[in-house]
Design a binder for this molecule. Structure first.
Ligand code: AMP
Ligand code: TRP
Length: 334
């Protein structure tokens, strides 16, 4: 028991086509963690429906994300890969946690506040509750570490608060999870507006590179990326566009920021942009080919998410039963 590996849980929601930000900020880091940890990687479909989605899009993207996980190098034999809605304990635990969450703390979630500002009165209640479902995802598996981009750290704080509160109100039940934010790639910015993060739902399609974009589209988007008139490749706040491209290059090639700055000294932006585009293409192209292959083999994908759900159901149900019992719910008669 002492040698038990630490547990990792993370997920991506099928609410839009995945971007280079999702890949560099999340998936690429997961690949590095799979040997050292006991990992659960989930396609969080219940999170995607917090905003209206076309059913066909949800279906297509859910399988595509699963295929991307595998194509990017996450070994389905070593890790538990599953689809959130196949494991009912997530929804049930989410309700139990909702009853111990405060309106005040939920109202302080910046992602919700941003969306509420835009949505007004008709903003969905699911968007308000969503961080509690995310806490349930993580807490059900005794998760120690949650690898996410910077934008999710506040949600993780809430998960910690809810875990500690439950442990205090009843008795120690949950491991209190820690966020795990990688040093590079934690926040990839929009290519057209480098003050905003590169997001799935971006209205301006030139601002975000999609994981499945063909090479010529990637090259075009990078060549049109906003830079500035300074003409030097430097990692400074005055040049948010260039800074972002340096981050992308460094995260892909592993070169340090100084190495990149030195390499392009006195060279302007043309060669730099070409190299950034080629680095992205050579990173993504093999993954894209593998994804296409996997999507043609639905039987294989099905066998992966079936096995994943079995394992996830087993582990999460044990935690859910504990929660129910501690709260005072009568166990189901055998
Ligand atoms: P989402 O697209 O919100 O479902 O995010 C899925 C995962 O990708 C989370 O771990 C995010 O933190 C990460 N992520 C999303 N966008 C970016 C970005 N622009 N830069 C880095 N990480 C990101
Ligand atoms: N909320 C996360 C996002 O928008 C996705 C997510 C749902 C998640 N549940 C999770 C991430 C559990 C890590 C762990 O990116």
């Amino acid at each position: 028991m002492e040698n038990k590996k630490k547990v990792i849980f993370s997920g991506i929601k099928p609410s839009g086509d995945l971007t280079l930000g999702n890949y560099l900020g999340a998936i690429k880091n997961w690949v590095k963690l799979q040997d050292e940890y006991d990992c659960y990687f989930c396609v969080v479909d219940l999170h995607a429906i917090t905003v209206q989605q076309l059913p066909a899009d949800v279906r297509r993207r859910t399988l595509e994300i699963l295929a991307i996980y595998i194509a990017a190098g996450i070994d389905p034999e070593k890790n538990t890969l599953f689809i959130q809605s196949h494991v009912p304990a997530h929804s049930e635990a989410s309700w139990l946690l909702t009853c111990n969450a405060y309106m005040g703390e939920m109202s302080r979630m910046t992602q919700y506040k941003d969306k509420a500002q835009k949505g007004g009165e008709s903003i969905g209640a699911g968007l308000f509750n969503y961080p509690i479902l995310m806490a349930a995802d993580v807490l059900l598996y005794g998760t120690d570490l949650v690898p996410v981009g910077k934008d999710q750290v506040q949600h993780l704080e809430l998960a910690r608060d809810l875990a500690e509160r439950f442990n205090r109100l009843y008795s120690p039940t949950f491991v209190v999870p820690e966020p795990y934010v990688a040093k590079t790639g934690a926040k990839i910015m929009d290519l057209q507006d480098p003050t905003k993060k590169m997001a799935k739902s971006e209205e301006n399609p030139n601002g975000s590179i999609q994981l499945m974009d063909p090479p010529e589209v990637i090259r075009r988007k990078v060549s049109r990326a906003v830079t500035d008139s300074l003409g030097v490749v430097k990692f400074i706040d005055e040049q948010p566009g260039v800074k972002n491209l340096i981050t992308i290059l460094s995260t892909i090639t592993g070169e340090t920021i100084e190495e990149i700055e030195n390499k392009y000294e006195g060279m302007g932006y043309a060669q730099f942009k070409t190299d950034v585009a080629e680095a992205i293409v050579s990173e993504l192209e093999p993954i894209q080919n593998k994804v296409k292959e996997l999507l043609n083999n639905k039987t294989y994908l099905e066998s992966i998410y079936k096995a994943g759900a079995e394992k996830a159901n087993y582990v999460s149900m044990k935690t859910l039963r504990k929660m129910q019992k501690k709260i005072g719910l009568i166990p189901v008669a055998k």
